[in-house]
Design a protein around this ligand. Structure first.
Ligand code: SF4
Length: 188
């Protein structure tokens, strides 16, 4: 496998420590609303596949949340298929690849959507609050917001990574799964 593995039992902790803000936001919203719209399911679902969550665990993960909102039966009928589809088990059996930063940054989330890149798609106020919840200190905060304001979204994400991990990230962030694997390497 290309990336570090993740297992269902420590997914909450791992999300907190090693998910980039775009995925952390989707993860938190899913836990809060027990639902995500299509764009969010794709962005988070393929990321989780990329970090090594296997199909069985992925089904259990989505089922646990969605069944609280839509019920088990509707989950199985309406949503389980697309999860298997993302793993290439249904339809054309295409093996879908996790989205890169540039793909996520250029997406256009609508009302009620939670996918996209927070550095681009959040208001400054919401971005500040989200970074604060992540644990970005006030000194780094202004640099991150400044980069986002100047449309250097990946640099803003890189500065966030550096502030949270206390080490430089010279290569910069260009993929959410790279953020994750770099973080795991440092925190291990
Ligand atoms: Fe996610 Fe990339 Fe945006 Fe960071 S720069 S939040 S990894 S899309």
């Amino acid at each position: 496998r290309e990336y570090a593995d993740i297992s269902l039992k420590d997914i909450d902790q791992v999300a907190k420590n090693s998910f980039p803000l775009c995925m952390r936001h989707l993860f938190d919203k899913l836990k809060e609303d027990h639902h995500l719209k299509h764009g969010g399911r794709m962005q988070l679902g393929l990321f989780l596949k990329g970090v090594g969550l296997n199909l069985e665990d992925a089904l259990a993960f989505w089922r646990a949340e969605f069944s609280k909102k839509v019920g088990l039966e509707k989950f199985e009928k309406q949503y389980a298929y697309s999860i298997r589809h993302n793993y290439g088990k249904e339809g054309k059996r295409t093996d879908y690849t996790p989205y890169s930063c540039s793909k996520i940054i250029s997406s256009t989330p609508g009302t009620g959507d939670h996918h996209g890149c927070p550095y681009r798609h959040f208001s400054e106020e919401n971005l500040r609050a989200a970074l604060d919840r992540m644990g970005v200190n006030s000194r780094a905060m202004e640099d991150v917001l400044d980069k986002a304001r100047n449309r250097h979204y990946q640099l803003a994400c890189t500065l966030t990574f550096e502030a949270l991990h206390g080490v430089p990230c010279d290569a910069g962030i260009n993929h959410p799964n790279q953020y994750f694997s770099d973080s795991k390497k440092i925190l291990q």
